[in-house]
Design a protein around this ligand. Structure first.
Ligand code: ATP
Ligand code: FE
Length: 337
């Protein structure tokens, strides 16, 4: 079974070809246009998707060494995401499925971040049901109980900002370009994580809050800059390491609460922030010290990519969960829908 998958929910255009649960190609075109605006500009994103989608799909097919006539089905991201961006992928997938007369598979982007763990890769282990997934991305921060591929329950989530936003907004305060998460990670490698301390939020056992932390960081930096105008420049590594450490501590505390509450020890992470080197390290340690079987996605399946849409599409295909041709994109969509 060959499935073509298309992901266009935010600012990356991606296409992937799967052979069953194996990835034959996974092409991602990043959109450079947004970095100078300090965030994704929706109108520019959908226009860039329109320009990228045909070459990206062609490249994915070429790398997989198949033609469109070999395809068994087309999978696409239905939501959640930016409406203008989603519509480009949705209409492309629909017309291609219609033209080839093959099934269409609609994929929930948040389920796909989690189900990326089921991609068949040499040396990768798959989580056993039920497992707990900490989904940490640009728009979401959730603790999800995964009982089966399409049987998920949200146990806790952020009441304000997502953890990816906390990284990106902190980076912005430090004058770093968007998206700043990977840059904080980079500078943090050379810094002291205990140099500065920031107050952790007080919210429910399995819930998150990051807006207070962001304000705390902003006030701290403004105060230090008044004393020494070169404060950021001179201490960038230590500041980044301390911010990252605080965020990762919050995430680890919540995972411990989730294990205590549910008795489930199989722990996975998913989403763009699961690319972060400190959370990855802490999870490997947790396997050693707490005996949790932990699952960390391969780096290229953390931030947005079409392979995760492809594996989810494949899991739907083998269960005959085809989409109706009248299916529409949905800007808001829960992981449980
Ligand atoms: P969602 O999936 O919730 O709709 P999204 O698709 O925009 O949001 P992802 O692509 O999953 O988000 O993740 C992007 C986020 O991950 C950005 O906020 C980015 O800064 C963050 N990120 C990526 N790499 C790292 C890293 N190494 N350390 C910290 N954050 C990172
Ligand atoms: Fe995403």
């Amino acid at each position: 079974t060959y499935i073509l998958a298309i992901e266009s929910s935010c600012d990356d255009t991606s296409a992937s070809v799967m052979c069953n649960a194996k990835v034959l190609s996974n092409v991602v075109a990043n959109q450079e246009v947004h970095s100078k605006y300090g965030g994704v500009v929706p109108e520019l994103a959908s226009r860039a998707h329109q320009q990228n989608i045909v070459p990206v799909v062609q490249q994915a097919l070429a790398q997989a060494k198949i033609t469109k006539n070999d395809l068994s089905a087309i999978a696409f991201t239905k939501g959640p995401g930016l409406m203008g961006s989603l519509l480009v992928g949705t209409s492309f997938a629909k017309s291609m499925a219609l033209g080839l007369n093959i099934p269409l598979l609609d994929v929930n982007h948040m389920q796909a971040h989690i189900l990326a763990h089921f991609i068949d890769e040499e040396g990768s282990k798959k989580p056993n049901f039920p497992f707990i997934c900490l989904t940490i991305s640009g728009g979401h921060t959730q603790i999800v109980k995964v009982s089966n591929y399409f049987d998920m329950e949200i146990l806790g989530e952020t009441i304000d900002d997502a953890v990816g936003e906390a990284f990106d907004k902190s980076a912005k305060i430090l004058g770093l370009p968007y998206p700043g998460g990977p840059l904080i990670d980079k500078y943090a490698q050379l810094g002291n994580p205990k140099a500065y301390s920031f107050t952790k939020p007080k919210v429910g056992d399995l819930d998150f809050s990051f807006s207070g932390l962001k304000t705390g960081i902003l006030y701290f930096i403004q105060k230090q800059q008044r004393i020494n105008p070169n404060f950021i420049e001179e201490n960038l590594n230590d500041i980044c390491a301390s911010i990252q450490h605080t965020i990762v501590e919050i995430l680890m505390d919540k995972l411990k609460n989730a294990v205590k509450q549910t008795g489930i020890k199989e722990i996975a992470i998913a989403g763009g922030v699961s690319a972060n080197s400190e959370i990855r390290k802490r999870l490997i340690n947790a396997e050693k010290h707490f005996g949790w079987p932990t699952y960390i996605p391969k780096f290229e399946y953390t931030t947005d990519n079409a392979a995760m849409i492809g594996i989810t599409g494949y899991l739907k295909y083998i269960s005959n969960m085809h989409a109706d041709i009248n299916v529409t994109a949905k800007a808001r969509l829960k992981v449980t829908e």
